[in-house]
Design a binder for this molecule. Structure first.
Ligand SMILES: *Cc1c(COP(=O)(O)O)cnc(C)c1O
Length: 441
């Protein structure tokens, strides 16, 4: 690319992002991140190609050494995947995004871009089961230690656990499956005071409900498999850079010292606003793999086109089902973010809509056999491990997703042995209530 072309491309990008910034959330769900020019496909096309063609070796050299942007190989970028990444970035209000092969890969990528052996992580105890085992067991084996804290502990209590080698704080907007909403203000204040980035997994809330960057998060991750897809078709993830963290504060030499694998580039110098994201893509994604396929990126982009229509209905259905269950004589307890005082307060403070998303949990009176019989009797809802589908699904976490935890770890994660998790879908609420009613009987 000539200097003139690069300038042109830069100013076109600037103009596009200005337009994007001026558009509403709902329009960005549908058109964000992909703006076809005259004669180009209206729908984000599937570019099923690993490879890209060039005219001269100097251009390839500039791409390979991060002096010019361009697709080189679909492990590190692809036009369809870029369309999805840009749409997510626009919805979240970040500076750049990178898609991954799964939500697990997204959290791993975000974490490994920052830490190395000998570093320490602080994470809330209310985490998705896979994230818990990743931090607790697998990364621990690589010399990266994680301390788990009760997200509702006092600020002083949490702060006591910050060590000189603590490199990040990790939490989920809506803890899975305890369903507590993160106290963003408290955690962000701790992260800021100690100069460490605050990573938020926003999978269950989506940017329709919550934009963590507006509440002090520095990096946002997703399992796109959930509400972003919304139809249970594809596994994938995404990491978004808020561009709001100072990596030059002395704690992150891996950002401020030369990377010999890229001609000694210094990420914070070369990319002041997107140092994290460029390092994630150019270094960790390049070497660990875990990239998203173009086909799945296409399906996620289609999923996003109805995010703003699906999320209100998921929340309405979940609230109605939660209220029905709460008054049922065979139900011991119900948990849904909008039902208790703390949840309601945090929804008001941190969420963009008065809506608690589509996940609820409850317990039925009786033993494990009662749970067994209830699940078997459901006809509209089905027993599935997945959540955030258009179809309603139920799961018994203690015997499935969180089966690897000890009783104490289960308690810390907010999981009781009788807990049934419901991912409330988009079906008619009358049909759903009738189904739960007959199964409880
Ligand atoms: C499902 C989930 C993950 C893992 O995502 P996969 O796409 O299944 O790898 C991570 N975090 C949360 C909150 C999830 O719900």
């Amino acid at each position: 690319m000539s200097k003139k072309d690069a300038r042109k491309q830069k100013s076109a990008k600037k103009a596009a992002s200005k337009v994007a910034a001026a558009r509403s959330f709902d329009t960005l769900c549908i058109q964000g991140g992909y703006e076809p020019q005259f004669g180009e496909p209206r729908v984000l096309p599937i570019v099923q190609s690993t490879t890209y063609k060039y005219d001269d070796i100097d251009h390839v050299n500039r791409i390979m050494t991060l002096q010019a942007f361009g697709h080189k190989y679909s492990r590190t970028s692809n036009p369809t995947v870029a369309g999805f990444e840009n749409r997510m970035n626009a919805l979240e209000g970040g500076t750049a995004a990178v898609a991954t092969s799964s939500g697990q890969a997204a959290n791993l990528l975000a974490i490994l871009t920052i830490v190395k052996a000998g570093d320490h992580i602080l994470a809330t105890s209310q985490l998705y089961g896979g994230t818990f085992t990743l931090l607790h067991a697998v990364l621990n084996n690589f010399g990266i230690e994680t301390d788990f804290f009760d997200p509702d502990a006092s600020r002083a209590e949490i702060e006591k656990r910050v060590r000189p080698n603590t490199k990040l704080i990790f939490g989920e907007t809506i803890g899975n499956p305890g369903l507590s909403i993160l106290d963003f203000g408290k955690i962000a204040a701790i992260a800021q005071k100690h100069g460490i980035p605050f990573i938020v997994d926003n999978s269950l809330a989506t940017p329709w409900l919550c934009k963590p960057f507006e509440h002090g998060a520095n990096i946002v991750t997703y399992s796109a498999t959930k509400y972003i897809d919304g139809h249970a078709t594809s596994v994938g993830g995404v990491v978004i850079d808020g561009g709001n963290f100072d990596w030059t504060n002395g704690k992150f030499p891996n950002f401020t010292s030369p990377d010999p694998t890229y001609n000694d580039i210094v990420y914070t110098k070369a990319f002041p606003k997107t140092a994290f994201l460029i390092k994630a893509r150019a270094q960790i994604l390049r070497d660990f793999g875990g990239c998203l396929s173009p086909m799945n990126a296409f399906l996620f982009a289609i999923g996003l086109e109805t995010l703003h229509l699906r999320m209100p209905r998921h929340g309405e259905n979940a609230l109605a089902l939660a209220r029905f269950l709460a008054q049922h004589k065979k139900v011991a307890w119900v948990n849904y973010p909008g039902l208790d005082a703390t949840g309601s307060k945090r929804i008001k403070k941190y969420f963009r809509h008065a809506n608690g998303s589509g996940i609820l949990t409850f317990g039925i009176k009786g033993d494990l056999d009662a749970v067994r019989r209830f699940v078997k009797a459901l006809k509209v809802a089905a027993l599935v491990v997945h959540l955030a589908d258009a179809r309603t699904g139920v799961l018994h976490p203690a015997s499935s997703t969180h089966a690897q935890m000890t009783e104490e770890q289960l308690r810390a994660a907010g999981i009781s042995p009788d807990m049934i998790r419901v991912s409330v879908g988009l079906e008619d609420i009358g049909d759903l209530i009738a189904d739960f009613d007959q199964a409880l009987d």
